[in-house]
Design a protein around this ligand. Structure first.
Ligand SMILES: [Zn+2]
Length: 57
């Protein structure tokens, strides 16, 4: 679902994570999708970024 990523999607995140994607300069193929389907690698990337954001609060 990530533009340019050909790996198999194994994880699903809700759309509130889209802003994290934008923060990481990642683009998705379906901007209006309700859920994000991500490969393991991108899922981990986003989860780590989200944790870092929370850590700054
Ligand atoms: Zn990926």
């Amino acid at each position: 679902m990530i533009t340019g990523c050909n790996e198999k999607a194994e994880k699903t995140l809700n759309k509130s994570y889209k802003r994290v994607l934008q923060g990481l300069n990642l683009k998705i193929d379906f901007p209006n999708a309700k859920e994000l389907h991500l490969c393991k690698r991108h899922y981990k990337m986003i989860r780590d970024a989200m944790r870092a954001l929370r850590g700054n609060v």
